[in-house]
Design a protein around this ligand. Structure first.
Ligand code: KG4
Ligand code: ZN
Length: 340
């Protein structure tokens, strides 16, 4: 390795993906993501199982990330790790591993907020992208819109007041018996169904704020399924999927474009697991184009939980002269959804 290169090792274990990545001079050289499949049969994430899987996976995955990037821990200039939000036990595995490495090899350590990493993932893909931008972060635990003004400055404009969009996808999938996580299966089936078959509610869509609400949609789907069952009618699963997806996408697109217009911003980025949704990508792209805006959709590996986005935040901080933290920092789990 050349001496003047900046090599950052990223570690992410906030939920059910164990991930490690290496960025060299801001370019992703490896981004290993191991998704835990152990939760599939439980209809949601079982925290204790998630922690155990992270413990098993973290060492080999960090080694694999270093190997794939043709570097070694000795050559790493800084370590970045997710400190929250997430599952407490899962976060402890990643942060303890990172702290151990930092102390043993005398490396600076950057604790990174998981959602901050998601919101900058559009810039990970294309560093020439300008500011300001409006960033929609839609995942299983979060749905928020940000006004991003620089690599180290952003404001949250609004978030969900109840369920996250991914949570709505997953809960509806559970009602339909489609397994966990439900988003990808609803996406697949939604493409085969009629999105106008059911008129599900679009919570707070026209209230002029960036606050989201998806719990009414979930209740409406439950009532619809109960009614169909009581009438002994077959449940048109693909039509339900298409209609639910359309309702969620309508709200996400409407609020994001509304924020972009309100703040006079021409760049929009979407990230988080739900941004992998094909209908969301299609509709957001079309609407952005109609309004003369540029839409940035990171590749799927940077949309889902991944360590490249964690290392990327540290890389921007280093470029802006932000100092590393003392290794005594704490995790910050806050609320995180589980099976209950
Ligand atoms: O960002 P992520 O990987 O983890 C969290 O931080 O939550 O997001 C996971 C969420 C799950 O709710 C999953 O159902 C949803 O993203 N998801 C999708 C799709 N792929 C993943 N939702 C809708 N359509 C998809 N194609
Ligand atoms: Zn996430």
């Amino acid at each position: 390795m050349e001496d003047d290169q900046v090599i950052i090792l990223g570690i992410e274990t906030s939920c059910d993906d164990t991930s490690s990545a290496v960025l060299i001079d801001g370019v992703v050289r490896s981004n290993i993501i191991s998704s835990q499949t152990i939760h599939t049969t439980y209809g949601g994430i079982v925290p204790e199982l998630a922690s155990r899987e992270h413990i098993k996976g973290i060492g080999p995955i960090v080694r694999a990330a270093l190997r794939e990037a043709s570097t070694s821990i000795e050559d790493v200039d800084a370590i970045a790790v997710t400190y929250g939000p997430g599952l407490a036990g899962a976060l402890l595995v990643g942060t303890h591993f990172a702290k151990g490495l930092a102390l043993m090899y005398d490396k600076p350590l950057y604790p990174v907020h998981h959602i901050e990493a998601h919101l900058y993932s559009g810039y990970l893909e294309d560093s020439r992208l300008g500011y300001p931008s409006i960033s929609l972060v839609v995942s299983g635990g979060h749905t928020s819109i940000f006004h991003v003004t620089s690599p180290v400055d952003y404001t949250v404009l609004g978030s969900t007041c109840d369920d996250a969009a991914g949570e709505a996808f997953d809960k509806v999938a559970k009602m339909l018996g489609l397994g966990y996580p439900g988003g990808p299966e609803i996406d697949r089936r939604g493409c085969l169904g009629d999105s106008a078959a059911f008129d599900f509610p679009r919570g707070l869509m026209h209230d002029g704020t960036q606050t989201f609400s998806f719990s009414g949609l979930k209740t409406s789907v439950r009532r619809t399924l109960e009614l169909l069952k009581s009438q002994q009618r077959e449940i048109p699963i693909n039509d339900v999927c298409a209609s639910v997806q359309e309702a969620i996408v309508d709200v996400l697109v409407h609020k994001t474009l509304h924020a972009a217009r309100e703040y006079g911003v021409r760049i929009i980025s979407i990230s988080g697991g739900v941004s992998a949704n094909s209908r969301l990508r299609t509709v957001m792209q079309k609407k952005a184009q109609d309004h003369g805006m540029q839409l940035v959709t990171p590749q799927i590996g940077y949309c889902v939980d991944n360590a490249a986005m964690i290392a990327h935040v540290a890389s921007m901080r280093i470029a802006h002269g932000v100092h590393a933290s003392a290794p005594s920092f704490m995790i910050s789990p806050k609320a995180m959804r589980t099976t209950s």
